[in-house]
Design a binder for this molecule. Structure first.
Ligand SMILES: Nc1nc2c(c(=O)[nH]1)N[C@H]1C(S)=C(S)[C@@H](COP(=O)(O)O)O[C@H]1N2
Ligand SMILES: [Mo]
Length: 337
């Protein structure tokens, strides 16, 4: 596997989440992963308007509407990309750290779609960001659509706060879409327009990206991650821990339903034992887990894997696809005791 300077350029702009911060239920703003395709657009909130069909809203008008706060786990669809191997599209070379769990505050989208008439007779709702660039040789605004039934779900928010403060520029100031359960690309940042369409939306980010064999990538597959125990080697990230009992901790999530099981293996996946699950933080937030581990001196490969209420289980190996999407293969942590 090799990473080119082009992929390094993306990785230097778009940082991941330090896995040790899995110890916190809510991810501090600066430590949430970041993915920006083009540039952070310059937006003056005083003149900014959200256009919704023929109507428009100021930020103050949106903030005066029903206010909802929810913890929501966001994960990039490309998380795990660099571990897939094989020839793939050059893109952000994530290992497994493209995740975060923030508390998003905003107003529900559905009533706005209903009041403005967009919910009448639409096939899809299209969301347009204020950022523009060229990808795949095509110049376009960042745009994504949702089928009407998904856009009308109660939990979909137009969010103007993250962890109790105004959205920072990098996370979509002044307004972003939050679609709990779906991979990150759906959560359009720097939102400026919402419109209804009667035909399937054909924008670049919808029909040229985020497909596996022509099937759109939608919801997050289950994944469990652990706080890497002990201390790391600077370069290899191999871990060193002292002999004796210790508690392994981590968090797990899925866009297909509640996490019902997390298992841990200390022998590379030959045998597994159940971790203890914490109470859920929220319907669309990661769930904490812990596992008592008492290793004898030696070398180990620690793995964890999640199962959701729909019966999806993480695979040991990812399934290759050209875009490098949805690789939810189990985390592997090499540990020397
Ligand atoms: N307007 C706009 N919205 C966007 C993007 C973008 O580049 N432009 N990137 C998307 C992708 S691919 C991801 S994974 C998430 C990342 O959200 P975050 O940076 O707040 O973690 O934002 C999504 N929304
Ligand atoms: Mo993403």
């Amino acid at each position: 596997m090799s990473i080119g300077l082009d992929e390094l350029g993306l990785a230097a702009r778009n940082h991941g989440f330090p896995l040790e911060m899995l110890r916190e239920p809510v991810t501090p703003v600066g430590l949430h992963y970041l993915l920006i395709h083009f540039d952070i657009p310059a937006i003056d909130a005083a003149t900014w308007r959200l256009e919704v069909g023929e109507t428009s809203f100021t930020l103050a008008e949106l903030q005066a509407r029903e206010r909802v706060t929810a913890p929501v786990t966001l994960e990039c669809a490309g998380n795990g990309r660099a571990l897939l191997g094989g020839e793939r599209a050059a893109s952000q070379p994530w290992l497994i750290e493209a995740v975060g769990n923030a508390e998003w505050t905003g107003t529900p989208l559905a009533p706005i779609l209903e009041e403005t008439g967009l919910a009448d007779d639409a096939l899809e709702i299209v969301f347009t960001g204020a950022d523009r660039g060229v990808q795949g040789g095509v110049e376009h605004d960042y745009q994504r659509s949702l089928p009407l039934v998904e856009a009308l779900r109660d939990e979909v928010l137009l969010a103007y706060e993250m962890n109790g403060a105004a959205l920072p520029p990098q996370h979509g100031y002044p307004l972003r879409l939050v679609v709990p359960g779906w991979y990150g690309m759906t959560h359009v940042k720097w939102l400026r327009r919402i419109e209804a369409v009667q035909e399937p939306f054909g924008g670049w980010q919808q029909t040229d990206a985020y497909l596996i064999d022509d099937v759109p990538v939608t919801r997050m597959l289950p994944r469990a991650l652990m706080v890497p125990p002990g201390i790391p080697d600077f370069l290899t990230r191999e871990r060193f821990v002292d002999e004796g009992p210790r508690t392994l901790v981590g968090r797990a999530w899925s866009g297909y339903g509640e996490i019902v099981r997390v298992e841990v293996s200390d022998n590379g996946g030959t045998t597994w034992a159940d971790a203890t699950l914490e109470a859920p933080l929220g319907e669309h937030a990661w769930r904490g887990w812990s596992f008592e581990w008492s290793p004898a001196p030696g070398e180990y490969e620690l793995l964890c894997r999640a199962t959701d209420s729909a019966g999806n289980v993480q695979p040991l190996e990812g399934v290759w696809n050209h875009g490098g999407y949805s690789n939810n293969a189990v985390q592997r942590v090499r540990v020397k005791v």
